[in-house]
Write a protein that binds this ligand. Structure first.
Ligand code: NOJ
Length: 558
C-alpha cells in the first residue's frame, strides 16, 4: 500500500488537504432574505479556521434561474444577486486567503442554463446554424418528428430530450439534457465550447481561486452518433451496467479536454482540478487524475460502501492502489449536497444504498444510531492517507431533514419524478449556528428558504463549541492530530487478528493504530496501545463498543 511520501513538494497542498464544501444557499445568510450569501460565508470564516480546514469549495454562486439550485448557470462570469456581487466574491477569496484557507469554485461545463445567452440564441436560430451547434439539437423521429431522437433518459427522470417550438409556434427540433430540461447539454466536439471554457477558467484563476470542482466531469463527451441506450439512468450512477459503458458517460474523449485545462492551470502555479465523476472501477476513475489531467477525483466508491467492514476495506485498498499507480493521492468523502447526510444514511442504508431522499411518509431513521455511526465513520475517514472532503454541517453531526413538507421541495428530481422520489432537499437545509436564535442563527430575520427541523437546535454550533465530546470538538481534534502526525502522508497497513466486522489499520509514520468496530460485540484493543481519540467512550473494560472508532498511539510512538 503506498501513499505520497513526506517528500511531497509543499506546493502539492491538495494531497493532504481537508476541504470543506459550502452550499452557499444554506450556509449563512448575511442580509436576512432567507438565502445564504457570500457575505454570510465571510462572516463564518472564523468557524472554518478553528475547525482547521485547508480549503473550502463553494457550490455554484453564479447568475442562474435556480432550476437546479445554481447548477444551471446563465452567466459563468457573474455572481447571482441573491448571493452577492463579484466584489463580494473577491472579498471572500481575499478573506479566506488571509486565514490561509484556499478557495475552490464549482465549474459546470456539461450544460448551461436555458437562460444562457447561447441557448437563447440557439432557440432563435435555424436548425443547422452555428448557434445550435453549441448544443445537441436533433430532429425528432417518426413522420412528424414527434418522437425523441433516442431513448436516453434524464438523470432526474423522464426523457433526456425536450422539443422546441419554432418562432411561429410550430413544434421544432429537440435538444438533449441529461439533467433538467432547463439544463441543455453543450456539444464539446465544438471548438467554440472548448475555447469558451478556457476563458472562464482564466477569468476565475485571475481572480485568485485555487481550483475548480468540475461538475459531471465524466459526461462532457457523448459517443459518436448518440447511440441508443435502453438502460435507465439513475442520479449519481455513471458506472456500467452488465459491463457496458453508457454512451453518455466516461467516454475516452473527455481526457483530452482536461489535458487542455491542466495546461492552463499549470501556468498559474498550484491550482487544482477536482473531478465529480461517477465512474467505476477505481482504475477507470484514476485515469482522470493522471499527471497531465486533474489533481483529484471524488471517491464515490468509498461513499457508497455503507457501514460494512469488508466493502470499506476493499474500497480503501482499491483507491489507494489505483491512485498510486498514476501518482495521485486518494480522496475520501461521506456527504455532499446530492446524497443523504451520512449519519442518517448509515442508519437507514448501512448496506451502502444511495436512497434518493426521505419524506415524511417514509420509514424514519434512528437518529441516535445514525449519529453514533456518523461520528465513527468520520473518524475513520479523517485518518485515511490522502485528502478528505467535508460537507457543511457534518462537523455538527447534522442528520438529514427527513420530514420536509412537499410544498417546500425544490429539487428538480422531485418534480420530474412526479413527487414519487423525495430528492435532495433534505441534505440542503440551512445549518444551525445558535440554538436560541430564529432559524437557529442561519439568518438574522428567521427567514430560511427551507425550514430547519426542530432537532437542529440541539446540533447548533454554539451548543458544541468547547464542549468535550461534542461532534464539533471531535472533528477539530481529529483534524489537529491529523496535521500534527501527518497521517495523510503515512503508509496504511491492514492489521490482522480482528473479526471480519472490524476495520483496523496502522499508519506507521504517524505512529497510529485505527480500530473501527462495525460489528455488534465489543472489541478488545491490543496490549500496550494508548487511546488518543475515540468517537464515543470505551466500555468499562476499556473495549471498543459497537459503532465506535478509536485512534491509538502505537507503543513507542508518542
Ligand atoms: C452534480 C451536482 O452535484 C448536482 O447537484 C447537479 O444536480 C448535477 N451535477 C447537474 O449539474
Amino acid at each position: 500500500m503506498t501513499a505520497p511520501s513526506d517528500s511531497t513538494p509543499a506546493s502539492e497542498w491538495w494531497r493532504t488537504a481537508v476541504i470543506y464544501q459550502i452550499y452557499p444557499r444554506s450556509f449563512a445568510d448575511a442580509n436576512g432574505d432567507g438565502t445564504g450569501d457570500l457575505r454570510g460565508v465571510i462572516s463564518r470564516l472564523d468557524h472554518l479556521q478553528r475547525l482547521g480546514i485547508d480549503a473550502l469549495w463553494l457550490s455554484p454562486f453564479y447568475t442562474s434561474p435556480m432550476a437546479d439550485a445554481g447548477y444551471d448557470v446563465a452567466d459563468y462570469r457573474s455572481v447571482d444577486p441573491q448571493f452577492g456581487s463579484l466584489a463580494d466574491a473577491d472579498d471572500l477569496i481575499a478573506a479566506a486567503h488571509q486565514r490561509r484557507i484556499r478557495v475552490i469554485v464549482d465549474l459546470v461545463p456539461n450544460h448551461t442554463s436555458d437562460d444562457h445567452v447561447w441557448f437563447r440564441e440557439a432557440l432563435a436560430s435555424a436548425p443547422g446554424s452555428a448557434a445550435r451547434a453549441r448544443y445537441h439539437f436533433r430532429d425528432g423521429r417518426g413522420p412528424s418528428g414527434d418522437q425523441p431522437p433516442n431513448s436516453w433518459q434524464s438523470v432526474f427522470g423522464g426523457s433526456a430530450w425536450t422539443r422546441t417550438q419554432d418562432p411561429d409556434g410550430t413544434p421544432g427540433q429537440w435538444y438533449l439534457h441529461l439533467f433538467d430540461s432547463r439544463q441543455p447539454d453543450l456539444d464539446w466536439s465544438n471548438p467554440e465550447v472548448v475555447e469558451e471554457f478556457h476563458d472562464i477558467l482564466r477569468f476565475w484563476l485571475d481572480r485568485g481561486v485555487d481550483g475548480f470542482r468540475v461538475d459531471v466531469a465524466h459526461g462532457l463527451v457523448k459517443a459518436e452518433g448518440l447511440p441508443e441506450w435502453d438502460h435507465g439512468q439513475e442520479l449519481l450512477e455513471g458506472a456500467t451496467a452488465d459491463g457496458l459503458r453508457p454512451p453518455m458517460w466516461d467516454q475516452d474523449g473527455v481526457h483530452e479536454i482536461y489535458r487542455g485545462w491542466r495546461r492552463i492551470l499549470d501556468t498559474y502555479g498550484d491550482r487544482i482540478l477536482v473531478a465529480e465523476a461517477w465512474v467505476s472501477p477505481a482504475e477507470r476513475l484514476a485515469q482522470y487524475v493522471r499527471p497531465d489531467e486533474m489533481h483529484q477525483a471524488f471517491n464515490f466508491g468509498f461513499l457508497c460502501s455503507g457501514w460494512r467492514a469488508r466493502p470499506l476495506r476493499e474500497a480503501i485498498t482499491e483507491s489507494l492502489s489505483a491512485n498510486a499507480a498514476v501518482g495521485a493521492s486518494s480522496t475520501w468523502v461521506l456527504s455532499n449536497h446530492d446524497v443523504i447526510r451520512h449519519p442518517t444514511r448509515l442508519s437507514i442504508a448501512p448496506d451502502g444504498g444511495l436512497v434518493n431522499g426521505i419524506g415524511p411518509n417514509d420509514p424514519q431513521p434512528d437518529e441516535e444510531v445514525g449519529l453514533r455511526r456518523g461520528r465513527a465513520a468520520s473518524l475513520l475517514m479523517l485518518a485515511l492517507p490522502g485528502s478528505a472532503y467535508l460537507y457543511q454541517g457534518e462537523e455538527l453531526g447534522l442528520p438529514e431533514h427527513t420530514t420536509l413538507p412537499d410544498e417546500v421541495r425544490q429539487d428538480p428530481s422531485w418534480f420530474r419524478h412526479n413527487g414519487q422520489v423525495a430528492g435532495r432537499d433534505g441534505c440542503r437545509v440551512p445549518i444551525p449556528w445558535h440554538s436560541e436564535a430564529p432559524a437557529y442563527g442561519f439568518s438574522s430575520t428567521g427567514r430560511s428558504w427551507l425550514p430547519l427541523p426542530e432537532s437542529y437546535g440541539r446540533y447548533a454550533a454554539d451548543r458544541q463549541v468547547g464542549v468535550h465530546g461534542s461532534t464539533l470538538e471531535l472533528y477539530r481534534e481529529a483534524i489537529r492530530i491529523r496535521r500534527a502526525r501527518r497521517t495523510a502522508t503515512s503508509t496504511l497497513a491492514w492489521t490482522e487478528g480482528f473479526d471480519d466486522t472490524v476495520v483496523a489499520f496502522t499508519l506507521a509514520e504517524a505512529g497510529l493504530l485505527l480500530v473501527a468496530n462495525l460489528g455488534a460485540d465489543p472489541v478488545t484493543l491490543p496490549h500496550g496501545v494508548q487511546v488518543l481519540l475515540s468517537s464515543e467512550q470505551l466500555d468499562p473494560q476499556g473495549r471498543v463498543p459497537a459503532d465506535v472508532t478509536v485512534w491509538c498511539t502505537i507503543s513507542g510512538a508518542n
